[in-house]
Design a protein around this ligand. Structure first.
Ligand SMILES: Cc1cc2nc3c(=O)[nH]c(=O)nc-3n(C[C@H](O)[C@H](O)[C@H](O)COP(=O)(O)OP(=O)(O)OC[C@H]3O[C@@H](n4cnc5c(N)ncnc54)[C@H](O)[C@@H]3O)c2cc1C
Length: 503
């Protein structure tokens, strides 16, 4: 097996696939993608509704958890991360958002202004072709029509108050991830089921990677970490790059003291309202059993039916004060469990509130077990996040009241409309999770320069959601691909315009 390449991309996820495709555009480039998980060629990955099953998978999900967080009632919160080609983009809901133009201008970094980023999105969308979810439930259509001024066929946008059925990266009714749009057409060498332990160095120059299996692979021109917001900082720390005191405590020799590695961890906090009532959304009822039984055939023959649902079918952005939306809501026409039981009988629907720009910041550290990240999201560490979430639930309730759900309307089963004010604030604090969008742990302008290169090292870059200095105001999959594409371009430029690397 080949062990020497020009570039090694660690992680075949949303960003890593885009990095690989960009690098492989160079004639003769030898690019290798190393992925800890298996291939994504699996029916549960392709069927949109399959993500419900994948969330429970030990083989295809890293299944990380936060540490108990005092700021969230002493709880641990789950941090699912995809572990296969396509990464988290192989277990996600495929909802497609760029973020806002102001998100990128606020980064204030050369090469990342809104105009440049928007041009990159145009290139990405030519490959990913996001389109309106083809068969939304009538409740999702009604939810999406909430704001009268809306074009019912346009997706909602975080730029202004808006609602709509989501646009998703599906093709012919099946998941179309970055592995399909970027990696497979690229011709890059792909090694699956191979977990990178650390980056190898000569002095400060990255020379390749060491796998957990003990094998070594060489990268003549550089290593790009695209292992995601949880694992990229862990690989750096295992390589001796991180906060010096933490590394010493974990028994790791310090190569570069980089206090910003693992810092600035943040995510969109999310809290859901559950509605339950007969004749409402999808669920487990005697009347719906035949439809569930037929659903695999409907999907196979016509790519329709409930298995064609990505679960999160519609949503909205709305403002609490002023015109700029502070809140995103996701709507699912499904009865979801809220009492910790896997199976719940009945039918209903679900809508959540997520803060577009949370203020709380947490931190990820390495501990005695170098493969088990200590994740402190510090959810609601800044209490203004909790205040906004509480206010947002009130507004969501009135938006839902005004939606034209007709006979499918169901009463709020959790937390219940009687829960308001301080009591609601407490329920949010003790029950909220996240939208599964962790970012920021190896930030551009922090440990990285604006091209994604690690400060103090040579031939080492990071390119994934971890590099976002501040989260985008909606779901983070498209931004992760855009980041991979852009940093892949910077790496190509640094490599093939630099004579040292061509010799
Ligand atoms: C359940 C869920 C639902 C979501 N829904 C949406 C949605 O609908 N829309 C949206 O925009 N966003 C959504 N997201 C978020 C979005 O999918 C992520 O932000 C995005 O995929 C992050 O991309 P990434 O490249 O940073 O990391 P990932 O896509 O997670 O890729 C990292 C890859 O690196 C691999 N890896 C990690 N460590 C190693 C190692 N040591 N060696 C080798 N390989 C390694 C991983 O296995 C993985 O394949 C969701 C996320 C989840 C988990």
């Amino acid at each position: 097996m080949q062990t020497e390449f020009d570039h090694i991309v660690v992680g075949g996820g949303s960003a890593g696939c885009a990095v690989a495709a960009r690098l492989a555009e160079q004639p003769g480039a030898r690019v290798c993608v190393i992925e800890a998980g298996p291939s994504d060629r699996n029916i549960r990955v392709k069927v949109p509704f399959g993500l419900v099953n994948l969330l429970g998978s030990d083989r295809r999900n890293w299944k990380r958890k936060t540490m108990p967080m005092a700021s969230a009632g002493g709880r641990q919160v789950s941090v699912p991360r995809g572990k296969m080609l396509g990464g988290s983009g192989s277990i996600n809901s495929m909802v497609w958002f760029r973020g806002t133009r102001a998100d990128f201008d606020a980064w204030g970094l050369p090469g990342w202004d809104a105009d440049t980023v928007w041009a990159a999105y145009d290139e990405i969308e030519a490959r990913m072709t996001p389109t309106r979810l083809p068969h939304p439930h009538p409740l999702s259509e009604a939810f999406g029509a909430m704001f009268a001024a809306n074009d019912p066929h346009a997706p909602p946008t975080p730029e202004r108050e808006s609602a709509g059925v989501f646009h998703t990266n599906m093709r012919r009714g099946a998941r179309w991830s970055a592995a399909d749009g970027f990696l497979r057409p690229s011709g890059a060498t792909v090694i699956t089921d191979a977990e990178v332990d650390h980056v190898t160095f000569e002095g400060i120059r990255a020379t390749g990677v060491a796998l957990r299996s003990g094998r070594h692979l060489t990268a003549r021109s550089g290593v790009i970490l695209s292992a995601g917001s949880i694992e990229s900082p862990m690989i750096l720390m295992r390589s001796g790059i991180g906060p010096a005191d933490d590394l010493r405590r974990a028994g790791i020799e310090v190569r570069i003291d980089a206090p910003g590695v693992g810092a600035n961890l943040h995510d969109h906090p999310g809290f859901g309202l559950h509605f339950k009532g007969q004749g409402s959304g999808y669920g487990l009822t005697l009347g719906q059993l035949p439809a569930w039984a037929l659903s695999p055939f409907k999907w196979m023959l016509a790519r329709s039916g409930r298995l064609s649902s990505n679960t999160v079918e519609a949503g909205a952005f709305y403002a609490l004060d002023g015109d700029t939306p502070e809140i995103q809501t996701h709507f699912m026409p499904f009865l979801m469990g809220w009492q910790g039981r896997a199976i719940i009988w009945g039918s209903g629907y679900f809508a959540d509130v997520c803060l577009c720009q949370p203020r709380s910041r947490g931190r990820l550290r390495i501990g005695a077990d170098r493969y088990a990240p200590l994740i402190d999201l510090n959810l609601f560490g800044d209490e203004s996040d909790l205040d906004q979430m509480t206010q947002a639930v009130g507004k969501l309730r009135s938006l839902l009241d005004a939606a034209d759900f007709g006979t499918r309307r169901a009463p709020e089963a959790f937390p219940g409309t009687h829960v308001t004010g301080e009591a609601l604030r407490e329920v949010i604090k003790t029950r909220a999770g996240t939208a599964y969008h962790p970012v920021g742990t190896v930030a551009l302008g922090g440990p990285l320069d604006a091209t994604g290169a690690l400060k103090g090292a040579q031939n080492l870059w990071a390119a994934d959601a971890s590099v976002m200095p501040r989260i985008t105001s909606a779901n983070t999959n498209a931004p992760s691909m855009m980041i991979g594409w852009q940093i892949g371009g910077f790496v190509a430029q640094a490599t093939w315009s630099d004579q040292r690397n061509i010799a």
